[in-house]
Design a protein around this ligand. Structure first.
Ligand code: AMP
Length: 220
């Protein structure tokens, strides 16, 4: 939540618009990943749920699954409930699907060499992110901007390109030459004629916590 609040505030600042007038989908993609719909500065939906296990497939977390699959795997593997929870949090996601590791860089490297399981991970990840962007645009009745942040969102031009590919129906058009090779820099990466602006916004949760603490202490 801290990250989504920070990057959406930064985005409004660089777009030169009041956040109250913006419909934003913020994609924090890292070891842990979540996507938030921010309408007029308020979070109206987010991909994580009762715990951070919900939503997107992550480094080692499985993300949303059919609840019946939990029961099925638990019985098949002979897991206790605690072992099943550990399996879903620590052994699943990129790691479980790829059999390579939890780090996106290793997955991307293996995918570029044609490793089939790594390619499937990349496809699943981009597909899930696309679905969240589409559903949140529907929930907010529109979309002004998409943010990419977190270790993967800020650094992986491949993931950003895969997510934004074939999204013209929604008004999203990437500027591939700007996106290519861009790492960790505040930058608009959508084409000038893209209806929806797409931005890379480096997150800074520590700075927001420090600002909040200052404001709280200042009010004592
Ligand atoms: P975080 O949890 O936000 O620190 O993000 C960690 C994730 O960011 C890991 O999956 C890393 O592989 C990924 N990441 C960091 N740097 C890069 C990079 N240059 N290219 C692709 N992914 C990266």
């Amino acid at each position: 939540g801290t990250s989504h609040r920070f990057v959406s505030g930064e985005l409004a600042r660089v777009m030169g618009k009041p956040i109250e007038e913006l419909k934003i989908v913020s994609c924090h993609l890292g070891n842990g990943s979540s996507i938030t719909a921010i309408n007029g500065g308020k979070s109206v939906d987010t991909s994580m749920g009762f715990t951070p296990l919900d939503g997107l497939v992550m480094g080692t977390r499985c993300g949303s699954v059919d609840p019946s699959a939990v029961d099925y795997v638990e019985k098949k593997m002979g897991f206790t409930p605690d072992q099943m929870t550990e399996y879903m949090n620590k052994k699943s996601g990129f790691l479980g699907l790829s059999g390579i590791g939890s780090d996106n860089r290793d997955i991307q490297a293996a995918a570029s060499e044609g490793n089939e399981r790594a390619l499937i991970v990349s496809e699943i990840f981009a597909y899930q992110i696309k679905k969240f962007i589409g559903s949140y645009a529907a929930a907010m009745n529109g979309l002004d901007a998409v943010i990419f942040t977190g270790g993967i969102g800020e650094n992986s031009d491949d993931v950003r390109a895969d997510v934004c590919h074939n999204m013209e129906y929604l008004g999203i058009k990437l500027d591939d030459s700007v996106n290519h090779g861009l790492r960790g820099k505040l930058q608009k990466i959508s084409a000038p004629d893209s209806k929806v602006e797409v931005w890379v916004v480096p997150t800074n949760e520590e700075l927001l916590i420090a600002r909040d603490t200052r404001d709280l202490v200042g009010n004592l």
